[in-house]
Design a protein around this ligand. Structure first.
Ligand SMILES: Cc1ncc(COP(=O)(O)O)c(C=O)c1O
Length: 421
């Protein structure tokens, strides 16, 4: 296994720890789960990223799923640069924002109207408030191990960073703030029906990740999702599909559409900002028109609809639309990769749990320690995987068969080394 020089990375992270809490702006980036210094990325191109010591990696983190085209797509970069020269923000409606909203609405047939915000967290907060205002009810049902951003009332039994850090719930969240959040277990429709019956007339919404991306990649039966949608409707609650990860990730549109489910509201983020910070929520005019200024549900933000972000999202979606065949290719490569990894592990008698859906995958080993050893060894061979078994990995449209082959070869060496202790 090649030796990497990490002098600059180490120096930068050490300085970062002086000025940033934990040296990071978001916890999972600290590599707390796998130990050791995190890789700090200076630049990226296509499927590759480069750290501060010029080590190159095949990137499966992909900005936590946002960069579906790969890094620094030339067309997106050109369009964003041109947008910047016209000024960065004016705080009024702009043409690009309208174009992006139309583009999303055309792709997601059930969406008449959109509200843009700045992050996935804000998108979910807006959608939940809207659902509460619209139904005149307070309670929501979320599922165990799902992650819907860092709003107080959604951190109950959450996946993603909380699962990674093995924190059951965040400190600083008063009990009263989560009293209106009911956590259910996925797969048990009877239990959900019981909640509806017990809480008669007080459930505003059920929020789901149609494909879970925050506790490993978790898929659900199509019929289960459809039945859950029907049950939600029967009880006059709204179904919120949190597609911050899955929106435009599994196909050109919302994942719910693939499962024959029509959510009342959809939350988007990541990909629709093309690598810049974004969130969006949308649904039928009937519901969306309850938002201020037309309605009485208030939600506002200085930077939402920012033209640079909108341009990045619009250019990305335009490319995705005309290259929609790439979704299948990325999914096939993901399948090849996971099968390859599975063979490498099972031929050595190592237990591994590999899950994939479209171009998302996750892997778990018998212990955190073993995962950490494999993860470190993969890094040393130039493969950058998510630094937690709970976070998903992603392939972009820039990943090739060659990248997949190299990753499997590296995994073979990493598993051999980790097995030896
Ligand atoms: C399903 C889901 N919802 C919401 C969020 C929160 O999005 P953000 O981190 O942009 O606030 C995430 C983040 O990964 C997510 O995966």
């Amino acid at each position: 296994v090649a030796r990497r020089i990490t002098i600059n990375n180490r120096r930068l992270f050490s300085e970062a720890k002086h000025y940033l809490a934990g040296g990071v702006s978001s916890p999972v980036r600290s590599f707390g789960y796998v130990g050791g210094d995190p890789v700090l990325i200076r630049s990226g191109k296509g499927a590759m990223v480069c750290d501060y010591d010029d080590n190159k990696y095949i990137d499966y983190v992909l900005s936590w799923g946002a960069s579906i085209l790969g890094h620094a797509d030339p067309q997106v970069a050109r369009d964003v640069s041109a947008a910047i020269t016209r000024g960065t923000h004016f705080g009024t409606t702009n043409d690009i924002e309208v174009d992006l909203a139309r583009t999303i609405s055309e792709a997601c047939g059930f969406v008449d109207k959109i509200r843009f915000v700045n992050s996935g967290t804000e998108a979910v907060m807006g959608a939940v408030r809207l659902a509460r205002g619209y139904t005149g009810r307070d309670k929501i049902i979320k599922f165990e191990n799902s992650y819907h951003g860092h709003a107080d009332y959604l951190l109950a039994k959450s996946g993603s960073g909380l699962a990674t850090l093995q924190i059951p719930a965040s400190a600083g969240v008063p009990q009263e703030f989560i009293n209106a959040t009911i956590v259910a277990r996925h797969g048990d429709l009877g239990a959900v029906e019981n909640i509806f019956n017990k809480e008669k007339g007080s459930i505003a919404a059920v929020i789901i990740e149609p494909v879970g991306g925050n506790y490993g990649v978790t898929t659900h039966d199509k019929k289960y999702l459809q039945d859950l949608a029907a049950m939600t409707k029967k009880h006059d609650a709204l179904l919120i599909s949190d597609e911050v990860i899955t929106g435009f990730r599994l196909h050109y549109g919302a994942a719910a559409q693939l499962f024959g489910v029509v959510p009342d509201l959809v939350c988007l983020g990541k990909i629709v900002g093309g690598g810049l910070p974004v969130g969006a929520y949308g649904g039928s005019s009937r519901i969306m028109d309850r938002l201020a200024p037309l309605g009485d549900v208030y939600q506002a933000s200085t930077f939402s609809g920012n033209p640079i972000v909108m341009q990045s999202g619009l250019s990305t979606l335009k490319i995705l639309k005309r290259s929609s065949g790439e979704y299948e290719k990325a999914a096939k490569r993901t399948q090849d990769l996971t099968l390859g990894l599975y063979k490498e592990a099972s031929s050595r008698g190592l237990g591994v749990k590999l899950d994939y859906c479209g171009s998302m995958f996750s892997l778990r080993f018998k212990s955190r320690k073993f995962f950490a050893r494999v993860h470190r060894s993969m890094l040393e061979q130039g493969i950058y995987l998510s630094p937690s078994e709970f976070e998903a990995n992603f392939l972009s449209f820039s990943h090739t068969d060659e990248h997949v082959k190299k990753t499997i070869t590296a995994a073979s060496a990493a598993l051999e080394k980790a097995k030896g202790g």
